[in-house]
Design a protein around this ligand. Sequence first.
Ligand SMILES: *Cc1c(COP(=O)(O)O)cnc(C)c1O
Length: 398
Amino acid sequence: MTNSWLDEFPARIEELDQAHLRRRRAVVAPDGGARLRVDGRSMLAFCSNDYLGLSQHPEMVQAACDGAQTFGVGSGGSPLVSGHSAANEALEHELAAFVGLPRALYFYAGFSTNVGIIPALVGAGDAIFSDALNHACLIDGARLSRAQIHRYAHIDLDSLDHELKHSSARRKLVISDAVFSMDGTCADIPALLALCERHDALLLLDDAHGFGVRGPQGRGSLADAGLYDDQGTRRVLYMATLGKAAGVAGAFVAGDAALVEWLLQKTRSYTFATAAPALLASALSISLRVIAKEDWRRSHLNLLIARLRSGLAAGLQGSDWQLTESHTAIQPLLIGANDKALAVMQALREQGIWVPAIRPPTVQEGTARLRIALSAAHGEADVDLLIETLITLSRSLR
Ligand SMILES: *Cc1c(COP(=O)(O)O)cnc(C)c1O
């Protein structure tokens, strides 16, 4: 056969290479604090979502080992057959209590949670209202549902109100990140809920980057908005991932008990997938306790955020590199052109600092950036080194 599409992959990869395809690197081992051992070198990393520095926590590691001793390493089946361990059951109660909502459902991963729950909630004839900067898995879940999708401008509530007002669908679902992963901006949750109330819509909030770091005791973005244990939260379905600040893996949705029961029954990525191994739930139970108890991690992280922002604001005066209006651990530095952002990433890497460059189509054309992610595992000296190196580069690479 001539010209089979199967022969085209090397050329297509070559094209990606020209456009600087993303390379996967094997991290050999964490190297203390926020350092990683990669390509035979110790790198100071500003690229992880381990915002509280919990992924190496000794008590959590021990809990995972104990969980493996008790339950083995695999769950053996779907949660609706035999995979739902007593550890996973206990974790669900702890998660619901932690965010102050009636019930929670624990998933093995965040991506498949959103891809699965949106089609369980709405379908053909229904309507979804989606922030323009939502995470890929919210977008994919919306597409899979076959509901009509209305995209509104990023955190633009007038635009959302307009779309809601002109929809005649009976079931309306508003989907939004609580903290946007590439910009660090935050959704106005009380205002979103008020709009949902007015238009009889349900709000699905993805708090992947807020859980553990925002709100009293790290209880997340709803708690941060004063919506902890609040009767007004019937209209919100709260989703968060457990592989970021919580330091392990997995995700959960929490909300009204009937709604969560519906999702348990109807989410295909839940029903037709192997349950998360119990050893993860064992580690996560400890993680929740550490998150609530160790306030110093959030205080330290906030101090680092302020230090980076003031240091860069002072040192980059007159440069066209700009921080966004973010007060979260995600501190994107807008560079502009793709090749420039890559050059900065490369120059940092040569000095042992790892910050990923994010380019279109992940972000808008002309807004290529470094996505600096801070963690409680960083020391002040780590942040100072990043600030100084960036200031020097802004002069040499202009
Ligand atoms: C990381 C992320 C997810 C996916 O979660 P995983 O557990 O990594 O699959 C979902 N939503 C947002 C906003 C994320 O940043």
